[in-house]
Design a protein around this ligand. Structure first.
Ligand code: MLT
Length: 203
């Protein structure tokens, strides 16, 4: 079965599409107000995660919080990548810049996509990410713009994760910025303010 998703066409000549990846227990509607707050005029593609954990949708199975089922992650990453490729054709997005906005589990899926299929998107906003796995081969992330938003008091994500992620992305030549928010795992107005600054500086 295909992903349940929302697609919103762009209402401006800007050829940009936000790919929205929600957190555990969220759905395809969750990040739409945030994407619209950043830029209301661009396209939106928002798939719902297919894995259900105690009634909560997410993008891949986990054994415990922060302990991932890597076999399932591999399968789900390819499944989502195939969906993105099909959606690009169906919704005529092939000439659009894809900017992924991923929160928590969605940010972790975005990283898995980036490490496995670097052409899945052009830029990413990663809110409260961990590192699902380290890339085995040398991947080329040249020209990819990435913003990492880490929580200083994140009760779920160890501070070493965003720091290490920053270093990995730099090593693979991405253009990375990291911002530390003085809050926990929740998405805050401070995040949105920083995302907007970064977005209008780069796009
Ligand atoms: C994950 O499973 O991706 C992380 O534990 C974050 C989350 O709770 O979704």
């Amino acid at each position: 079965m295909d992903f349940i998703h929302i697609f919103k066409r762009s209402s401006s000549p800007k050829k940009i599409c936000f790919l929205l990846l929600h957190g555990t227990g969220g759905d395809e509607k969750d990040l739409i107000p945030i994407a619209e707050e950043i830029d209301n005029s661009v396209a939106i593609l928002s798939p719902r995660g297919k894995v259900i954990e105690n009634g909560m949708p997410r993008y891949f199975k986990r054994i415990a919080p922060g302990v991932f089922d890597l076999e399932d992650l591999k399968f789900r990453t390819k499944e989502l990548y195939d969906f993105i490729i099909r959606a690009k054709v169906k919704y005529e997005l092939e000439d659009h810049k894809m900017i992924t906005l991923g929160y928590s589990n969605g940010a972790n899926m975005a990283i898995s996509l980036l490490f496995t299929f670097p052409n899945a998107f052009n830029a990413a906003i990663l809110i409260r990410p961990m590192i699902p796995f380290e890339p085995k081969e040398n991947i080329n992330l040249k020209d990819k713009k990435i913003l990492i938003l880490a929580g200083m008091f994140d009760e779920l994500v160890n501070k070493e994760y965003p720091k290490r992620l920053f270093n990995i992305l730099i090593e693979y030549k991405a253009i990375v910025e990291i911002e530390w928010i003085p809050y926990g795992h929740n998405l805050t107005f401070d995040d949105i303010k920083i995302i907007k600054n970064w977005y209008y500086k780069n796009f």
